[in-house]
Design a protein around this ligand. Structure first.
Ligand SMILES: [Zn+2]
Ligand SMILES: [Zn+2]
Length: 89
């Protein structure tokens, strides 16, 4: 068990959980493929910040922050935090 509280990441609509190998494509901006939760929704190719993230399972879009579910039930107030590319698994 770790002392660090990490939010669970899942689709607010269907509860699908992105995997480490899940990829989003920056389109029509630059075409970069990456895991958007490693960068907090920022494209590493062009720096575009995606406010909404599309679910790869149900294909609906939700605000990026709505994907983070904190154990305490409270998200940190207005804090922009970049997800670290931590090893998932
Ligand atoms: Zn891009
Ligand atoms: Zn979904």
């Amino acid at each position: 068990m770790s002392a660090v509280k990490e939010p669970e990441i899942r689709c607010p609509r269907c509860a699908w959980r992105p995997k480490a190998e899940s990829r989003w494509i920056c389109t029509p901006e630059c075409g970069t493929e990456w895991n958007t939760f490693w960068t907090g929704g920022v494209c590493p190719g062009c720096g575009h910040r995606w406010k909404e993230t599309q679910c790869l399972s149900c294909h609906r879009k939700s605000p990026h922050k709505d994907w983070y579910h904190y154990p305490e039930g409270e998200a940190p107030a207005d804090q922009e935090r970049l997800a670290e590319p931590a090893a998932a698994g």
